[in-house]
Ligand binder design. Structure first.
Ligand code: GLU
Length: 312
């Protein structure tokens, strides 16, 4: 999708999951993604991470787009073009999956534990667990054939590289991770055929020519794996820049838990007041006063943004 003309242009993205109404933390990450991209005259893509049929709901999709418009965060490409919904892109994930298979990078896994680890949506904090590996990674051909002949379909796992991946996060600085030792092999396809978040997000960022990923710090640990996966597929990894989370003391505000959502916020406040609140909470402004997204662009600087999580 990227041509020679815009090779150097920054391409950012909003990638929400329509699994609930957005909350204050999502909005902060999206505001920062918008500011980061617009400050570089970049192109912003709005794609929908709706792979998980159990969690994605039609009613949330329009709400997401409406919330962004309400805040004045515009985008250049993407939704409502249905080609930008992950659910419409399964052929692309299938192609990447076949490539990884041919390269011997993944293997079928019949363990029930793999099923529990298989997520089609981005992991919520604490949801991802270390996978110390299972025997499925080392089965003989004969053992595999016996399992294939059975009724159960396997999940598919990617062999995590046993070497240090080094990245520099735009906000949190250097990250070093040995994916094999710090996370273990990870599921890229569930046994029901649904592709997992880690594969889909990597394929999308690669194929949509994304050069810059700005999102909540809860996905910082996923960046080395995604960067490695994109390179394994022959692509160029984007740079990553993570944002502090907003917490209510009990952990991250999560839309899955129905916490402070835009549905409530939009009834109670004006967009300028909410942007002013986000700007103040994040450190972009010293005082809380109404502002427009465009006004925040004038002196946007990541140095002002807090690194510690924001407790409200
Ligand atoms: N879809 C994820 C979310 O809504 C974001 C995934 C990403 O930015 O990589 O939290």
């Amino acid at each position: 999708m990227r041509d020679a003309m815009d090779e150097k242009q920054t391409v950012g993205r909003f990638a929400p999951s329509p699994s609930g109404y957005l909350h204050l933390g999502n909005l902060l990450a999206m505001l920062l993604a918008w500011l980061d991209c617009r400050a570089q005259n970049g192109k912003l893509i709005f794609r929908l991470e709706d792979l998980d049929p159990a969690r994605s709901k039609r009613e949330y999709i329009e709400a997401l787009a409406g919330d962004l418009r309400w805040l004045g965060l515009d985008w250049d490409e993407g939704w409502p073009d249905p080609a930008y919904a992950q659910s419409a892109r399964t052929e692309r994930y299938e192609a990447a999956f076949q490539l990884l298979r041919e390269r011997g990078l993944c293997y079928p896994c019949w363990c029930s534990r793999a099923e529990r680890l298989a997520a089609a949506s981005a992991p919520a904090p604490g949801e991802e667990q270390f996978d110390p590996g299972c025997r499925c990674a080392r089965l003989s051909e004969a053992e595999r054939e016996t399992l294939w002949a059975g009724a159960r379909r396997p999940a598919w796992k990617l062999r995590a590289p046993d070497r240090e991946i080094c990245l520099t996060d735009g906000h949190y600085g250097p990250i070093r991770q040995n994916p094999a030792r710090e996370g273990g092999d990870f599921v890229i396809r569930r046994s029901d055929g649904v592709f997992a978040y880690q594969l889909a997000v990597s394929v999308d960022d690669m194929e949509m020519g994304v050069t810059r990923v700005v999102r909540g710090r809860d996905l910082l640990d996923s960046a080395p794996r995604q960067s490695w996966l994109i390179q394994s597929l022959g692509g160029t990894a984007p740079s990553y820049c993570h944002t502090p989370l907003i917490t209510d003391g009990s952990g991250k505000l999560s839309k899955r838990l129905g916490s402070l959502s835009t549905q409530v916020l939009r009834r109670e406040t004006r967009p300028e007041a909410l942007l002013g609140r986000l700007a103040f909470l994040s450190g972009l402004r010293d005082r809380e006063e109404p502002t427009a997204a465009r006004e925040l662009l004038a002196d946007f600087d990541w140095k002002k943004v807090k690194t510690e999580d924001i407790r409200i």
